[in-house]
Design a protein around this ligand. Structure first.
Ligand SMILES: [Zn+2]
Length: 442
């Protein structure tokens, strides 16, 4: 069997470029001046957290021309362009828009699922919900069908801008032979999917796991076509298999055993990112009782009260109380958190990801809750911010497009009233959300 290690950097590089070009290729943006008097805006006086290794910039200056960042630095270093419209941001905190490289869009409508809910309107309203919570890009890692490609192409450059950027994997690939796996990958590529997603999981012993010869073939075919790959796993053995096969993202924490040096070395050496999805675990058991976040005004602001009431019903609480998978994932959550910390401390890329979108995994809010759980697990706020921005962009395959406040990237950013570098829960103090340099309505 061939090794994918050498190919990975190359393929990933090409992918980032390809996605970047793809994302910018849709023209017809319309005249910018429908949104603003001046095409250049200077956001002045905020503390700027760039989403990179750079420490926060006090008394900062962020310069945006149309949809692109053209300057970020301290006011003492950078001059305000003479033709810029000045926006005073004194006392505020600016950080990049949050990126979720592992969500699901259009998979559920409230607590309903099924192919009938994967509609253009549903996808659109969920992308709007993500955006309102400051999640400015989402990769949907497993979708109803290929029609998402059409939604994506019509939404990503929509004017006026009010939706999160959207990339998708299409249907999760299942195959029983290597040839069938390769065929599915080619179909996905043909249909314009951005990602390949598979599951290596026995469903807690209820079904056959995909075998290495099949997922190796899937990874190989995807790499040939320049498509990035994500593998849903539960167990260490399967994460190691996926890493050896050359998958780009390990989707979910390892929940059966402590992570091994073998896995950490494979992930670090091959630039494989982990999306921890701690809120996914939470969602399997938290509804046995009234969840604490049902009383968080940041949650209730956009939450569907009908869904909340359904989740509070006695029948539903009973179902959650009796769920075997809920018991398993609750019991394994402390290990998942320890594994997150070991993985992070070993230098592996952690791309904040939530698995939000299926029923009772609240899009937009769960990204903030995920960051809070990462903080409770032991990560520092600045590391979590990187994980949810530049590292998440890496994990989404769009590093050249967005995910940091850096010259040349898209102007996707949040304005907060409290400092997220002090306490990650301050990401909830959103005052403004900008995507492509345009403020969205909330
Ligand atoms: Zn998922």
């Amino acid at each position: 069997m061939m090794r994918f290690q050498d190919l990975l950097f190359k393929t990933t590089g090409i992918l980032f470029l390809a996605l970047g070009i793809w994302a910018c290729s849709d023209q017809d943006r319309g005249p910018y001046d429908t949104h603003s008097e001046s095409a250049i805006k200077a956001y002045v006086g905020a503390t700027i957290i760039t989403g990179t290794d750079r420490p926060p910039i006090e008394n900062g200056l962020l310069i945006v021309r149309e949809d692109t960042i053209v300057g970020v630095d301290s006011r003492s270093v950078l001059d305000i362009p003479t033709d810029a419209e000045i926006v005073d941001m004194s006392g505020k905190y600016i950080m990049p828009g949050i990126i979720n490289p592992h969500g699901h869009v259009g998979m559920a409508d409230g607590l309903k699922t099924g192919s009938e809910v994967f509609t253009r309107e549903n996808v659109k309203s969920q992308l709007r919900l993500y955006a309102k919570y400051g999640v400015t890009t989402v990769v949907s890692l497993g979708d109803g069908d290929f029609s998402g490609a059409g939604y994506r192409d019509s939404f990503n450059d929509r004017e006026p801008r009010d939706l999160a950027r959207y990339f998708l994997a299409g249907p999760v690939i299942n195959a029983s032979t290597p040839d069938e796996g390769r065929e599915r990958v080619r179909e996905h590529h043909q249909a314009g999917m951005n990602w390949i997603k598979i599951r290596i999981d026995s469903g807690l012993g209820t079904r056959e796991k995909m075998v290495p010869e099949v997922y190796n073939a899937i990874a190989d075919e995807a790499q040939k076509l320049g498509l990035p790959t994500a593998a849903h796993i539960v167990e260490l053995e399967d994460a190691i298999g996926a890493a050896k096969a050359g998958f780009n993202v390990i989707a979910h924490s390892i929940r059966d055993l402590p992570v091994s040096n073998e896995l950490l070395t494979l992930m670090r050496d091959n630039n494989i990112a982990l999306t921890p999805t701690l809120t996914r675990e939470l969602s399997t058991y938290v509804y046995r009782e009234r969840p604490p976040f049902f009383d968080d005004p940041f949650f209730t602001k956009y939450a569907d009260t009908e869904v909340m009431n359904d989740l509070l019903s006695h029948e539903m609480q009973q179902q959650f109380a009796e769920s075997e998978s809920g018991q398993y994932f609750e019991a394994q959550l402390p290990l998942a958190k320890e594994n997150l910390m070991r993985t992070f401390e070993s230098g592996v890329r952690i791309a904040m990801g939530t698995d939000s979108g299926p029923p009772a995994r609240f899009q937009g809010y769960f990204e903030h809750l995920e960051m809070e759980m990462m903080q409770n697990a032991g990560m520092q706020p600045m590391a979590i911010i990187r994980s949810a921005t530049s590292e998440a962009a890496f994990g989404a395959g769009i590093s050249g497009l967005t995910g940091a406040l850096q010259t040349g990237l898209k102007a996707d950013f949040l304005v907060l009233s409290e400092n997220p570098a002090e306490d990650i829960r301050n990401t909830k103090t959103i005052e403004h959300v900008f995507i492509d340099g345009v403020e969205i309505e909330r």
